[in-house]
Design a protein. Structure first.
Lengths: 214, 120
């Protein structure tokens, strides 16, 4: 996966061929593409998808990818279940999360008050984008992948990543993570969101087996 | 007579959105449930003409709630509204008795088309 720190931590996990790394980037792109389409329908705005990243790092190190570990974020977290498991995260800075909630609510409910429904709208954004992401990946690799109800967490990037980790592998061990940046167009300023799919190691291997690349 | 509807979704935002669509279409929302367990209980108490059912909910998921409702009332009319649009899950829901499956995020017209077809 091209990361010296990760490679020294767990060579067995990270001994991936160029073809396997390429496949994981393609999986991430397929998932993020469908998630972006869903987000565009929800917000009524154009959503851009950036190039994917593939990392295998301990959770603490993952928190420092795409931003500072102590940055405050709103994390929309879903536990992935079914033939593949792990945690799917949508990370937003708090201002972007508030604007995104407002976009979704105005698009859907007109002049309704935003405050009381904001977290519910954000949870629904998390659930819908996760559902779209996982459906696309599941269809691509021939697996049935579901998820549990979304959780909205307001904390530092590090705390949000660590909350996603307990069920995934050994503490301190590197976790495979497929990432994408999404940008939602907005007249004031573009809204940046990051998608992170933390796979448990057996699911990484199942994903590769399903595509014939392991 | 206006069709009665029970809306089952764990997100209050989505319940409000669906209620808005359904009321404008002439339906009467008689109940809301935020888990599969609540959905089954409220279906028994309210016997609505239509149930909208999310699949990802706490306590009991939508597929299990759908199966339980169909077990108790084989004539129940359930419209699944879920972001989990994988073909295998759609087939599972239809086999469990759902009359239609609308994938979130949905267009209003897609919901209305399904409702009209199910409850006439």
């Amino acid at each position: 996966m091209g990361d010296p720190q990760a490679a020294s931590a767990d060579p067995s996990l990270l001994a991936l061929s160029a073809a396997q790394e390429d496949l994981l980037r393609e999986v991430a792109t397929i998932g993020a593409g469908r998630a972006a389409t869903a987000l565009a329908v929800l917000t009524g705005r154009r959503v851009q998808v950036e190039v994917p990243t593939v990392h295998a790092l301990p959770l603490g190190a993952l928190a420092a990818t795409g931003g500072r570990a102590d940055d405050p974020v709103v994390g929309l977290r879903v536990a992935v279940r079914g033939d593949l498991s792990g945690t799917l995260l949508l990370l937003l800075d708090p201002a972007a999360a508030a604007t995104l909630a407002a976009q979704v609510l105005r698009q859907s409910l007109g002049a309704m008050s935003l405050g009381a429904l904001e977290d519910s709208a954000l949870a629904e954004v998390g659930g819908i984008t996760a559902g779209a992401y996982l459906a696309a990946v599941g269809e691509f690799v021939g697996k049935v992948v579901t998820h549990q109800p979304p959780v909205v967490q307001r904390a530092s990037r590090d705390e949000v990543l660590r909350a996603a980790g307990p069920a995934l592998g050994r503490p301190g061990a590197p976790l495979p993570c497929l990432g994408h940046a999404l940008t939602v167009e907005d007249p004031a300023a573009p809204l940046a969101a990051q998608v992170r799919w933390l796979l448990d190691p057996p699911s990484l291997h199942a994903l590769l087996r399903a595509t014939g690349l392991r | 007579m206006s069709p009665t509807v029970l809306i089952c979704d764990d997100a209050v935002f989505m319940r409000r959105m669906l209620a808005d669509i359904l009321v404008k279409a002439g339906c009467v929302v008689v109940g809301e449930a935020e888990s599969g367990v609540e959905a089954v209980a409220q279906y028994g108490a309210l016997r609505p003409d239509l149930v909208t059912m999310d699949l990802v909910m706490p306590d009991m998921g939508g597929i299990d709630a759908l199966r339980e409702i169909m077990r108790r009332d084989p004539g129940a009319r359930v419209l699944v509204c879920s972001a989990m649009g994988q073909q295998a899950l759609v087939v599972e829901a239809i086999r469990a008795g759902a009359r239609d499956f609308v994938v979130k995020p949905f267009q209003t017209e897609r919901v209305l088309e399904a409702v009209r077809r199910i409850v006439g």
